[in-house]
Design a protein around this ligand. Sequence first.
Ligand SMILES: CC(C)(COP(=O)(O)OP(=O)(O)OC[C@H]1O[C@@H](n2cnc3c(N)ncnc32)[C@H](O)[C@@H]1OP(=O)(O)O)[C@@H](O)C(=O)NCCC(=O)NCCS
Length: 326
Amino acid sequence: MSKRFSRITGTGSYLPPRRVTNADLAAELATRGIETSDEWIVERTGIRARHFAAPDVPASELAVPAARAALQAAGLQPSDIDLIIVATSTPDMVFPSTAAIVQHKLGMAGCPVFDVQAVCSGFVYALTVADALIANGTARRALVIGAEVFSRILDWSDRTTCVLFGDGAGAVVLEASDTPGILATDLHADGKYVDILCVPGHVSGGQVLGDPVLKMDGQAVFKLAVGVLDKAARAVLAKAGKQESDIDWLIPHQANLRIMMGTAKKLHLPVDKVIVTVQDHGNTSAASIPLALDHGVRSGKIQPGQTLLLEGVGGGFTWGAVLLNL
Ligand SMILES: CC(C)(COP(=O)(O)OP(=O)(O)OC[C@H]1O[C@@H](n2cnc3c(N)ncnc32)[C@H](O)[C@@H]1OP(=O)(O)O)[C@@H](O)C(=O)NCCC(=O)NCCS
């Protein structure tokens, strides 16, 4: 039997309507006695604005319109889908999975659904798992979604973290194909770095124990990120027998412009081969890569047949890359 590959046939994304610029955020934080500025945020991160979901809007509410847009782009109906994976660290509930909630909201039933929790590497992890489940015949048409409401887990008294994140969702339809599609994947984690980026709180005995807000050692994350992203990029290129020069677009996790540009430089890629949306979205964790991908596709930058390098890095510490032909 010939090998089964997988291919992205549609992309979609959704941002909640409330857009908050750095100046808006600085003014809001000033009322709490926290000092920050547009200049500081832009210089250190490249972020100029982010979107925040209303307090009663959970991740699944962002995931559903993103999924519908991806389905429409692929020319499919929800009933054509036989697998849903949602990458999220801000699920609607402790359980069941946000994927189960999304499945029901899309009017579907029966197919396997689950969440992947790899924080900002979540989408790259989820895409890799979906690719493997298509290759082994478990599924033919998967929805792979990254959806986050990070605004819920921010410490608004910590200016080193609360200016960095936003809410949103991105999705792709991944279909079985005789030709790749996904050329190579590479995933890693090192749990000794749990403490440098975490939300240590948990539910126990009907209460939240520990701190349920994001803690980060920004400099430690920064240093690790550039190194591991370069290794993952080289690993997928080697697995696929490709060169740096074969990459048409680098779509890195959108956390910090300086990390993205550092990664591109190590790969000898010009700046204009990097899809950058961090200025408008902030860091949307598992949603950032599919949001950037959809933005690149819908803006006409990314064309069918091009070679894309997707790269994620985040809490765990986790990291990974997917090399694919669109
Ligand atoms: C978080 C990050 C932007 C901080 O930038 P940095 O250059 O390391 O800045 P530092 O933490 O050294 O802080 C420098 C100064 O700015 C101040 N500062 C921190 N946040 C600030 C803010 N929002 N506004 C104004 N000043 C701020 C600090 O208090 C510090 O002041 P001091 O020198 O008087 O002590 C940077 O470390 C980073 O981007 N790390 C990676 C984070 C990331 O990408 N995480 C997600 C990965 S998935």
